[in-house]
Design a protein around this ligand. Structure first.
Ligand code: XUL
Ligand code: CO
Length: 444
């Protein structure tokens, strides 16, 4: 046990003053015949939770962690797995995600590294046996080691391509072994710093070749989890190839990959791309590609990926609206790719952060559910586009007419009349849903 002072976190309701209790996330509460735990499918990102030590460009490690005094890398790896399961069980979180390099140290050769991995994976499998915590998705870290300085699948060096391929091959085998629901490709260093030294066409072709190899190998070994692309526009490279959903979707379509992939949408990546979180979720959803979520929050005053735990109810409401419209996230989930602030360095802060994020998403779900159930916002949208249900609009939608007929239809018509878009009214309606939720829960 690592977090001896912390008991199981339970639901105490909105009036609770206990910092180590859920106020809104009641995992067994039913909405639309499904418990909250199934709507939200929370997951812990191993890397930010177990490995983030507080270092930043101006300061060294400062996180107080119960495993800080363990020196032997393999012992540490085993202990962190134990700590992960303790944390997940105490927080009632059913899933976790990891990169290969998060869980085990690298050896001198890939063969040695794989042996280290095998030992830790065996330990994970021991923990998985009781079925309380499962693996949401697995991924490979193709960015930390200096060999990936110019990218992995998009490196100008084919030896690096080969190394990355071998690494993903192993990670897919692990994904199968631990029964992961998915496998994520986040771009890592797949991108460029300047086009002056970059063969853009070859790099993109190679990235597609790499993904095809992954698809083929998954089929070969019988890994049936969902492949996911996690778009991000910049950081670490100046231009990341999976810039946003629209860009990545066109890449997948061009290379005949779209049947095999969905998206893992990360909130802070969306805002870095100049989009809202909701925009990326919506764009993926309307294309049948919303697979999973990396939940966090950016800081509008900062231009980089800050991965804060999400506490913005407005954003989680709009995100959960998209999730409900998507029919849920299954077999994906809501992974907290979030880290505590450097100033929140105690073990209790880890728990407080997850509680805050989980409560905020539970509130978002409850408000979004009300919005969808009432249908008021949807009705306004429906009304706005009603012209396409009849007459000329219907003909346009059904592809029955072209420019000539449209010209003939409109050329002698008097003035066109538009109706209001009702933006401010709808924004106030959204506020009303949020505030009414607050009032209903105030004294409970
Ligand atoms: C980086 C990021 C990654 C992916 C997994 O910004 O979000 O941690 O989620 O590689
Ligand atoms: Co992420």
């Amino acid at each position: 046990m690592f977090f001896d002072d912390i008991k199981d976190i339970s639901y105490e309701g909105p009036s609770s003053k206990n910092p180590l209790a859920f106020k809104y996330y009641n995992p067994v509460e039913i909405i639309d015949e499904k418990p909250l735990s199934q709507h939200l499918r929370f997951s812990i990102a191993f890397w930010h939770t177990l490995n983030y030590n507080g270092a930043d460009p101006f300061g060294s490690n400062n996180m107080i962690r119960p495993w800080n005094d363990i020196d032997d890398p393999m012992t540490l790896a085993f202990k962190k797995i134990d700590a992960l399961f303790e944390l997940a069980e105490k927080l009632n979180i059913e899933y976790f995600c990891f990169h290969d390099r998060d869980i085990a140290p690298e050896g001198d050769t890939l063969r040695e590294t794989n042996k280290n991995l095998d030992k830790v994976v065996a330990h994970i499998k021991d923990h998985l046996k009781d079925g309380k915590v499962k693996v949401l998705w697995v991924t490979a870290n193709l960015f930390s080691n200096p060999r990936y300085v110019h990218g992995a699948a998009t490196s100008p060096n084919p030896y690096v391509f080969a190394y990355a391929a071998a690494q993903v091959k192993k990670a897919l085998e692990i994904a199968k072994e631990v029964g992961a629901s998915g496998y994520v490709f986040w771009g890592g260093r797949e991108g460029y710093e300047t086009l002056i030294n970059t063969d853009l066409a070859l790099e993109l072709d190679n990235l597609a070749r790499f993904l095809h190899m992954a698809v083929d190998y998954a089929k070969k070994i019988g890994f049936t989890g969902q492949f996911l692309v996690e778009p991000k526009p910049k950081e670490p490279t100046k231009h990341q190839y999976d810039f946003d959903v629209a860009n990545a979707l066109s890449f997948l379509n061009k290379y005949g990959l779209s049947d095999y992939f969905k998206f893992n949408i990360e909130a802070n990546h969306a805002t870095l791309a100049g989009h809202t979180f909701q925009h990326e979720l919506r764009y993926a959803r309307i294309n049948g590609k919303l697979g999973s979520i990396d939940a966090n929050e950016g800081d509008l005053l900062l231009g980089w990926d800050v991965d804060r735990f999400p506490t913005n109810i407005y954003d989680t409401t709009l995100a959960m609206y998209e999730v409900i419209k998507n029919g849920g996230l299954y077999p994906g989930g809501l992974n907290f790719d979030a880290k505590v602030r450097r100033g929140s360095f105690t073990p209790e802060d880890l728990f407080r952060a997850f509680i805050a994020g989980m409560d905020t998403f539970a509130v978002g779900l409850k408000i979004a559910h009300r919005i969808v159930e009432d249908g008021e916002l949807d009705e306004i949208i429906e009304e706005r586009y009603k012209g396409y249900k009849k007459g000329i609009g219907e003909k346009i939608v059904n592809g029955e007419i072209g420019f000539e007929e449209l010209e003939e239809y409109i050329i002698d018509k008097p003035q066109i009349v538009n109706t209001s878009g009702l933006q401010e009214y709808m924004e106030s309606l959204l506020n009303q849903y949020i505030l009414n939720f607050y009032l209903e829960n105030k004294e409970r």
